[in-house]
Design a protein around this ligand. Structure first.
Ligand SMILES: *Cc1c(COP(=O)(O)O)cnc(C)c1O
Length: 384
């Protein structure tokens, strides 16, 4: 049987796949089982920061796999400790919990906010404010955190205690805080799945200030925006923001499952022995991959991400399209249905994403100017 028919027979139908079976890749290029080559503007939904089969990444992974692949969290391992140190040093956060996905990182964040509030204000302070059009994951708690009704109705009852605010409406946000017993606030500085919606610096700072004044845990979901994607290591570092908790995953190990929940200040000592855990969390192979990823994301690398992002925006706005996003996280308003644009891009050998009704580009951060030009020619043609 072919890859596609075997998959369709045996894999649960949770994914409506495109009619493409990808067999191999190198950098920003990949090819399907017919030998057709594509420029990848998706990087596995913001995961493959260094593209496909990056040799430095592959060496880091394979060296660790040959040395020690897993021990459980009953023991110390070097990659786990080293990665935590790098993350804290590069962000100014002070403690890390490792897990395997974005949803799990957000679960950890919610647990921290609730435990902190229960310890300091009372167990009735369990509410978490998130934002309309947000996306925080697929577990029952992170679905509840996701401010999109479409995700909610199928699996009720979801975890209780989530309230939804509108981005940019600081009065509405303040009202929610005044009228409810709130433990924490969780937001994406740029809503990814929700349409590449950028929250303004003024709004983000106002939310952070209100959280600090009310002793509410301020949590930033950097699952998609993190790990160099916006041209800063974490997007909140583009601004003068001081979150208590930062979650990340996707690009952290550039293609292996790795999530992290970073904590600072009053949030750092909330979890104690036995409060939380994960069998695979901080796995040495994934941690070794993440170390190699972060060590290569120096200032010059991040500046190149900004430059490439600016170049994409310029070409698209020059062509008359409305563009949102930062760095290599880009949303484009389309006149035609976005599914049609994506289909045309595929025909032209370019893989793209959607985010609600926008076309979304999350190319690998190492994409070359030449590859970008070729991809943009196809995309602009497909948008017409
Ligand atoms: C993808 C995503 C998640 C969920 O991550 P998983 O690894 O799929 O659990 C959470 N938050 C944001 C902002 C995301 O983009």
């Amino acid at each position: 049987m072919s890859i596609k028919s075997t998959d369709n027979q045996y894999i649960a139908h949770t994914y409506k796949r495109f009619d493409i079976a990808i067999v191999a890749g190198k950098g920003a290029l990949c090819r399907d089982d017919n030998g057709k080559e594509y420029i990848d503007m998706t990087s596995g939904i913001g995961v493959n920061a260094f593209g496909y089969s990056d040799p430095v990444w592959a060496d880091a992974v394979s060296a660790q796999a040959h040395l020690l692949q897993h021990t459980s969290n009953l023991y110390y391992t070097a990659p786990c400790a080293e990665l935590a140190e790098i993350l804290c040093t590069r962000t100014g956060m002070s403690k890390v919990f490792f897990c395997n996905s974005g949803a799990e990182a957000n679960e950890c964040a919610v647990k921290i906010a609730r435990k902190y509030a229960a310890d300091h204000k009372g167990a009735e302070y369990y509410n978490i404010i998130t934002f309309n059009k947000s996306f925080h994951g697929r577990t029952l708690t992170t679905l509840a955190a996701t401010g999109q009704d479409g995700f909610h109705h199928l699996f009720t009852p979801l975890t209780e205690g989530f309230l939804y605010a509108d981005a940019e409406d600081i009065n509405g946000f303040q009202k929610l805080i005044a009228e409810n017993k709130v433990a924490g606030v969780l937001l994406e500085t740029i809503q990814g799945e929700g349409g590449v919606n950028v929250m303004s610096e003024g709004f983000l700072k106002a939310v952070g200030k209100i959280c600090a004044e009310n002793d509410i845990i301020f949590m930033i979901d950097e699952v998609q925006t993190g790990n160099g994607r916006t041209g800063a290591l974490y997007s909140y570092q583009n601004y003068d923001l001081h979150p208590d908790v930062v979650t990340t995953a996707k690009g952290l190990a550039a293609g292996l499952p790795m999530g992290a929940c970073l904590m600072n200040g009053k949030a750092a000592e909330v979890l104690s022995y036995g409060d939380h855990g994960s069998t695979f969390g901080g796995n040495p192979v994934c941690a070794a991959a993440a170390i190699s990823v972060l060590n290569r994301m120096d200032d010059a690398f991040l500046e190149e991400v900004q430059n490439k992002g600016a170049y994409i925006k310029k070409r698209l706005t020059d062509a008359g399209y409305e563009v949102s996003g930062m760095g290599l996280m880009i949303g484009i308003k389309t006149e035609k249905p976005v599914s049609e644009v994506i289909r045309k891009c595929i025909e032209g050998g370019v893989l793209c994403l959607s985010a609600k009704d926008k076309l979304r580009l999350l190319p690998p951060l190492i994409i070359t100017r030449d590859q970008l030009d070729k991809a943009l020619n196809v995309i602009i043609e497909a948008l017409r």
